[in-house]
Write a protein that binds this ligand. Structure first.
Ligand SMILES: [Zn+2]
Length: 411
């Protein structure tokens, strides 16, 4: 069994301690832990946090970073992203661009991500290669392919699932699938005990057009057709009524909040304060790199905070600890991970340097991380007890080769 001792590190609640990891779990937290460990990490001047989980992204879209900025959602999607995907996306493209995403995420403190895209077998391979957790969701788009054919691919993903690479059911959206297809996807998820994630209520146009077609709002509709329950996560949830917030709460569903993507596409700002007030479980995601344009969850936390404060004209409406929880605990709850910083916890851990000028002085390390820091302050990322990023490089992968391959798709 592997063992790692992180010495003399600051914990999020202010204490300093040594943290011993044996196998994939935290064995002990205390002062001056002794005993043989395979690796000893000097934690002085650093903050240890539980791993950040990106609950909504399309990892391979790193390949489309910067190709169509400054456009509204529908024009961006239909006029630029879908045509580019048609031309470029194949298993090779997904593999190398997802590897790039995994490298970026591990370097910025993300230990797991929920993905929705095509060729998810390649996404699972990229996760295994770099040692990051994934919940791989093969995009179900009834408008492009019969749902049962996509579900056949999901079955083969399930046959290849591992401790790190798991599977989730991801119908694209209420406009990308018919009612029948959505119900079929949900039944499949239930049969297999899988989570389901779907884009919903992302922008006003989506809601307006959907209401014209069905007379219902997207979340209301998902509830009416039986897709909403505590195994469901909606991505975005920007344009929801109080009644729909109530439905999400009643169902025990989660919301993946993607503040930067929503802001960049001009979609709006999700009612996070209202969600939390009503007790809806809110998690945090970046969405794909074509609408963000990075996968930095530390920056995402900062943006989430600033947008709510500006929107509500109230600096106390959302606090750093709450958003930190969204990026960690709330995601673990939805995904069923017992990670955290306690003895027995799954060892998904991130070491953040507090030594740089913008991180000094340290009155409150968590405040520095969320309000002053960025993912580039991460100096170690551990997933499942294994050091995946050591401050120099992501282990198990030739980063230079990844950069070359990614560039090659555009030459
Ligand atoms: Zn998305």
């Amino acid at each position: 069994m592997t063992s790692v001792l992180i010495k003399d590190v600051a914990l999020p609640w202010g204490e300093k301690a040594d943290v011993s990891v044996i196998g994939n779990r935290i064995a002990e937290i205390g002062r001056r832990i002794s005993g043989e460990h395979e690796h000893v990490v000097d934690g002085r001047g650093c903050l240890l946090i539980p791993g950040l989980v990106n609950t909504h992204t399309h990892a391979a879209m790193t390949g489309f970073r910067g190709i169509a900025d400054d456009l509204p959602l529908q024009e961006w999607l239909e006029g630029h992203i879908w045509p580019a995907e048609k031309e470029k996306v194949n298993p090779e493209f997904v593999y190398w661009n997802t590897l790039l995403a995994c490298v970026e995420m591990l370097r910025s403190g993300t230990t797991g991500f929920v993905d929705m895209y095509f060729h998810e077998d390649k996404v699972m391979q990229a996760s295994e290669k770099t040692g990051i957790r994934v919940w791989a969701g093969e995009g179900i788009l009834g408008v492009m392919e019969p749902v049962d054919r996509t579900l056949d691919r999901v079955k083969s993903l399930l046959d290849n699932a591992t401790e790190l690479a798991r599977v989730i059911v991801t119908p694209h959206s209420v406009y990308g699938c018919s009612e029948e297809e959505l119900v079929r996807a949900k039944e499949f998820a239930e049969e297999r005990g899988l989570l389901l994630q779907i884009h919903a209520a992302e922008n006003m146009t989506e809601v307006k057009e959907f209401m014209e077609k069905t007379g219902m709002r997207p979340v209301e509709y998902l509830h009416a057709i039986g897709v909403l329950d505590n195994r469901t996560m909606i991505a975005h949830g920007v344009w929801v009524t109080d009644q729909e917030i109530g439905l999400l709460k009643e169902a025990g569903a989660s919301v993946s909040h993607n503040p930067e993507s929503n802001a960049k596409l001009g979609s709006g700002v999700a009612p996070v304060v209202e969600y939390l007030r009503e007790g809806v479980n809110v998690t945090l995601g970046t969405d794909g790199c074509a609408s963000n344009n990075n996968l930095d969850m530390v920056q995402e936390m900062r943006t989430a905070l600033f947008l709510q404060k500006a929107l509500h004209k109230d600096p106390s409406c959302l606090k750093a600890e709450q958003v930190f929880k969204m990026a960690t605990e709330n995601a673990y709850r939805t995904l069923g991970l017992d990670a955290g910083i306690f003895e027995g916890a799954l060892a998904d851990l991130v070491l953040v340097s507090l030594k740089k000028p913008h991180m000094q002085p340290v009155h409150d390390a968590l405040s520095n991380l969320v309000y002053s820091g960025s993912g580039s302050d991460v100096v170690m990322t551990m997933v499942n007890g294994r050091i995946a990023y050591d401050g120099e490089r992501v282990l198990g992968v030739d980063e230079q080769e990844v950069l070359e391959k990614v560039k090659g798709f555009w030459e």
